[in-house]
Design a protein around this ligand. Structure first.
Ligand code: IFM
Length: 462
């Protein structure tokens, strides 16, 4: 077995997730997930795309590792697919699924890349959804069991774990608004899906530690809530949005309590689905907090009939990506600095576990993909991370979303976030101009680090 490489004080990397790249959804014993069911439902995914093949990473992972080696990254964040590891969501493991992740991890280590595994990036085994999904408290316990199975097999070589990816989006898009799997439209009745994910995070953290994991994180999406105007009603609406997006998934983990939900007409100290002892379980010490940042969100006071205490508004005169997301790099600095100031000593080191943009730029006559806009986006956001570090944020890594163009959930293959272009007909991979830019940046920063560049964090192994 190849030893885990020692991480530098600041690690550079890329991130992906299982469902978005692996394909092979029915192979080697993998069971169905909520996303297979959702994608097979007419009208749910743009143009009826499915992830049955995606980037065929299940078969082509050696080629993808070779690309990562060319990039020169320190870390690769991927996710393990629960329905591949434990097809029923409970009960026996699927050894063939675990074998795949063992081959992947070994290949990464041989390439000198440290693997970071996310246990849950939204692909819930369908049998668990059939018994209530994350609305059902038992799913938290099943998640801990799956974490233990995975860590027992991979933990001798894989040290870095992330429990959940973006539980806010999973709750909001999957359980409140129905835009993602499993497609429920419960609005505020989706809150148990938040609490049970948090409980699952705490129980899985305990399971990972029991299996010897040395580095455990949670990854949340963060977006500064910018009031539409200086009016008190807009400011109050932004506060309520922040409680839902940031506080709901950060306060219980770092502070052992839920934030003020009075704007939603709820007493956060008396939520009926929170049982005695849950908050202690959730507030496990962490080795890092993963930050996925794409853009800030502009928040206005709600119109009279709006069921929630806020409305989402557009920013005026800002560039947008192909997804229509505003490009505002200063929001990255604001996110990292506000986490640092607001959570103080309770905050573990920060990792930017995702940052990127979707632009669909076709290959030119020579087959080159000149995605200058992505280079502009990424370089401005790396600079924004540097600014946050200068202002006191303890940031230990930066990971681009994503290595490859991939299956972008309800958008199918329409949003291209990759540093590497994927032709979904042929599966040909073509590194874009942003790939070369990122490889150069990493090489330059590494030279700078060796000379003790500003922005270095005092570094024990992290
Ligand atoms: O593709 C997603 C990813 O799965 C989670 N974070 C945001 C990305 C872009 O939408």
């Amino acid at each position: 077995m190849v030893a885990t490489p020692r991480l530098p004080d600041f690690a550079w990397g890329v991130a992906t997730s299982a469902y978005q790249i692996e394909g092979a959804t029915a192979e080697d014993g993998r069971g169905p997930s909520v996303w297979d069911t959702f994608s097979a439902t007419p009208g749910k995914i743009r143009d009826g795309h499915t992830a049955e093949t995606a980037c065929d990473h299940y078969r082509r992972f050696p080629e993808d590792i070779a690309l990562m080696r060319d990039l020169g990254i320190d870390v690769y964040r991927f996710s393990t697919a629960w329905p591949r590891v434990q097809p029923g969501g409970a009960g026996p493991a699927n050894e063939a699924g675990l074998d795949f992740y063992e081959r992947l991890v070994d290949g990464l280590l041989e390439a000198g890349i440290t693997p970071i595994a996310t246990l849950y990036h939204w692909d819930l085994p369908q049998p668990l959804e059939d018994s209530g999904g994350w609305i059902d408290r038992d799913t938290a316990h099943r998640f801990a069991e799956y974490a233990a199975i995975t860590a027992e097999r991979l933990g001798d070589r894989l040290r870095h774990w992330i429990t959940l990816n973006e539980p806010f989006e999973h709750m909001a898009l999957g359980y409140a608004l129905g835009q993602h799997a499993p497609g429920h439209t419960y609005l505020l009745d989706s809150l148990p899906a938040a609490h049970h994910q948090m409980l699952g995070h705490g129980l899985a953290t305990l399971a990972l530690r029991a299996a010897g994991a040395s580095h455990v994180m949670l990854t949340n999406s963060y977006t500064p809530a910018i009031p539409f105007s200086g009016n008190e009603t807009d400011i109050a609406a932004a506060r309520d949005y922040d409680a839902l997006h940031r506080g709901l998934f950060t306060d219980p983990v770092l502070l052992g309590r839920y934030p003020d939900f009075s704007g939603f007409g709820l007493d956060s100290a008396a939520l009926p689905f929170v049982k005695d002892g849950d908050l202690d379980t959730i507030a496990q010490p962490l080795d890092g907090l993963g930050v996925n940042y794409y853009n800030p969100t502009r928040i206005a006071a709600p119109a009279p009939e709006t069921p929630l205490p806020f409305d989402i508004a557009e920013f005026d005169h800002v560039p947008t990506t192909d997804f229509g997301w505003p490009v505002i790099p200063s929001g990255m600095t604001q996110t990292l600095v506000e986490l640092t100031e607001d959570y103080g000593d309770a905050l573990p080191p920060l990792w930017v576990t995702e940052n990127g943009c979707s632009y669909d730029i076709a290959p030119d006559a020579e087959g080159r993909i000149d995605d200058r806009v992505r280079i502009d986006y990424l370089s401005a956001h790396v600079k924004a991370v540097d600014d946050a570090i200068e202002q006191g944020a303890d940031v230990r890594g930066y990971l681009v979303w994503s290595l490859l163009d991939n299956f972008e959930w309800a958008e199918g293959y329409h949003q291209r976030f990759g540093l590497v272009h994927v032709d979904f007909e042929t599966q040909a991979r073509t590194p874009k101009a942003s790939f070369d830019w990122y490889a150069d940046l990493i090489a330059q920063r590494r030279e700078g680090d060796d000379a003790g560049a500003p922005g270095d964090t005092a570094g024990d192994q992290h």
